[in-house]
Design a protein around this ligand. Structure first.
Ligand SMILES: NC(=O)c1ccc[n+]([C@@H]2O[C@H](COP(=O)([O-])OP(=O)(O)OC[C@H]3O[C@@H](n4cnc5c(N)ncnc54)[C@H](OP(=O)(O)O)[C@@H]3O)[C@@H](O)[C@H]2O)c1
Length: 326
């Protein structure tokens, strides 16, 4: 099968379209013929090998050589212990370890997938999994957002951020979205009440305070986050610099005891139930998977370059069959 492969960390130039062996599903897996796969921040990090946690699967070079996490497609073969799916079913979900999706086929544990609703395209379905579930667990489960609360999403114009803005609005919050100049109108179109351009203003120095901050790209000191929170406010960290994430781990509990402000890492627990919940919001139009651009599999390099240049508004989706009709 065709796949986009990389043998070393680096810029999108290290990605190559290669012929590789088509995988064979284990007993608990299905072989999915991929129709669409979306790009997340984790793909960019996995490509660059930065921050350091992106090298967990290979310190010097990537051990799994195919990036791509959020896939949608059709089941071609179901392993013998698979109960929920059979050949021909349309499915989507998140690949284990964020790998394997930039390819014509992938083997996926059945527990990582749910059925694709007929009303969503493969592209729309592929745009949902990782970002939507991060948003749900940050805003609803950990954040427990209530109507009228002030919520700030840092990195609001990307994969998780676009879902988080919409979900916080859905739960009745007053939402501030932070991203680059180019994405501010887009954030307003998703429902953000206020927008902040991170290239011009540091939200943590504005003196404003929030009930909840969800940061997908954290790089400040733990104390500046604490200043941006109301008493009893919470800040959940999804990704960002290793220095900031370490500070949260070490100093978060101390700040909690001293001030009542809750600063924690958000460790996302993937599950079919949360994915189904967010998908239902998309089906009923309460939330939209915001797709900016589509590229064929052979142009993953260009797609990642576009994301890496900070130009993508929401999701970029790779449409696999566009170039590889079989
Ligand atoms: N905690 C977990 O369990 C878990 C699970 C999965 C993924 N993750 C992590 O989630 C993180 C990112 O998620 P994502 O897919 O939403 O990323 P994404 O699509 O790349 O979005 C990040 C957004 O942040 C913006 N941004 C960049 N620098 C910024 C700054 N200084 N201030 C404010 N915004 C800034 C980016 O804009 P530009 O275009 O200007 O760069 C982009 O719009 C990754 O670090 C990934 O590892 C965590």
């Amino acid at each position: 099968m065709k796949a986009i492969v990389y043998h070393q960390y680096g810029s999108p130039d290290v990605l190559k379209l290669e012929e590789v062996e088509k995988p064979t599903p284990k007993d608990n897996e299905v072989l999915v013929k991929i129709r669409a796969v979306s790009i997340n921040g984790s793909d960019w990090e996995g490509l660059r090998g930065k921050p350091l946690y992106a090298r967990l699967g290979g310190l010097r070079k990537p051990s799994n050589k195919i990036l791509g996490s959020d896939i949608a497609g059709r089941v071609e073969i179901a392993g013998k212990n698979v109960r929920e799916f059979q050949t021909g079913d349309e499915v989507f979900g998140e690949m284990p370890e964020y790998r394997g999706g930039f390819a014509e086929y992938a083997c996926v544990p059945e527990t990582a997938l749910i059925r694709k609703p007929a009303s969503l395209t493969f592209e729309e379905a592929a745009a949902i999994p990782q970002g939507a579930v991060i948003a749900l667990q940050g805003i609803r489960d950990q954040g427990q957002v209530q109507p009228g609360q002030k919520v700030l999403i840092n990195g609001a114009g990307g994969s998780a951020g676009t879902f988080a803005v919409q979900l916080a609005k859905y739960y009745g919050a007053d939402v501030t979205g932070v991203d680059n100049t180019f994405k501010l109108d887009f954030l307003r179109s998703l429902g953000a009440d206020h927008v902040i351009d991170y290239t011009r203003e540091d939200f943590a120095k504005s003196g404003k305070q929030y009930d909840l901050v969800l940061d997908v790209i954290a790089h400040r000191s733990v104390f500046s986050y604490a200043r941006a929170l109301k008493p009893n406010g919470s800040c959940f960290f999804v990704g960002g610099s290793v220095a900031t994430l370490f500070q949260i781990l070490l100093l978060g509990p101390w700040i909690r005891r001293a001030t009542g402000k809750n600063l924690r890492l958000l460790v996302v627990q993937r599950n079919q139930k949360d994915l189904a919940f967010m998908t239902e919001l998309c089906v009923t139009g309460k939330i939209v998977p915001a797709i900016d651009r589509r590229y064929p599999l052979s142009e993953v390099q260009d797609a990642l370059r576009y994301v890496g240049q900070g130009r993508a508004k929401g999701k970029v989706v790779i449409t696999v069959e566009q170039n590889n009709k079989k």
